[in-house]
Design a protein around this ligand. Sequence first.
Ligand SMILES: [Zn+2]
Length: 405
Amino acid sequence: MFCKAPLRYTFIDLGMSPLCESYVPAEKLNHMEPFYPLHVYVCERCFLVQLEEYVSPAEIFTEYAYFSSYAESWVDHMRRYADAIADRLRLGPNSFVVEVASNDGYLLQHFVKRGIPVLGIEPAANVAKVAVEKGVPTLVKFFGERTARELVANGRQPDLICGANVLAQVPDVNDFVKGLAILLKPGGVVTIEFPHLMRLMAETQFDTIYHEHFSYFSFHAADQIFAAQGLRLYDVEELTTHGGSLRVYARHAADESKPLTLRARELRQREIDAGLTRLETYASFGERVKETKRKLLEFLIAAKRSGKTIAGYGAPGKGNTLLNYCGIRTDFLDFTVDRNKYKQGKFLPGTHVPIHDPDRIREAKPDYVLILPWNFKDEIVKQMSYIREWGGKFVIPIPEARVIE
Ligand SMILES: [Zn+2]
């Protein structure tokens, strides 16, 4: 919630779904699982696309199974960012960098290597512990106005605050952005990365919607939210990560040393041209999602009718939204695999598809491998190219089921 206007317009209703990171251990397979509505609205005033807070963040994020370092291309992406921003802002031993939602230290470790002092802020204690072991000092806390004031009281104001894939996961986006404004040193820079709503809509990436993601941002919506707390978005980069993300650059409103860039102005115009400031554009999304589901089921039904075997690759949050919404269980997918040992031996929430070590693909030789984390498809196709030895093929589920030859 940003502007507090009543939410009356549905963006997409994906029905009831379990928490997508609540992997089920074998001994709990016969227990009840909580399901919550996955009903997303669009605000008629500010066009922020948002999920009501059905589940408290403390329930979701205090023991989290997602370790950023398991995805190599993601680690690589953030290493390049660290190098580029350290050069651009001329960061050195006298600078200070804070990352909000620093996960296992996958990003800050690169600043540490350059001798730049850092502090991570991460609410999941099990993940923060891994960061500290890597030499990344980490505060186990949720970030917001209160944490920001505590840090400022200790005289710690950063030159750079960064955050990737955290803004969507914040239940009170105003409190979070206010925290950024309070913490940031005068003249400092905030960079925040989030999946771009324009891409989500253009490519029907409805599976990136889950209970952990409360908000889905256009540049337009983010701009208003930051402006309301005294920050200005002055630059933006469009990234290919997570199906298409934005990295926005913010400064204090009073800091006039950083003018609005051409690419920020151009993106704002493209969003207007794409209809992101008109309600009708949002209303048409639901029908496209249903068509994506029908096409995926058509593909799976045809494959099973012709006697093919299908395995999944990955056990990401987005896979759980997809499988639960489409009703895909072990009737279609024999199993899935994941490199994350924390998930192996467990079962996907809701659908109870078993999760194995990736070696299982080699043993089972499935005809099709459905790639659930499609945002990492290039990396996965490269790693798993051996499935071609037995004629196996990769399948991407959205925007329509597509076989990669
Ligand atoms: Zn609003």
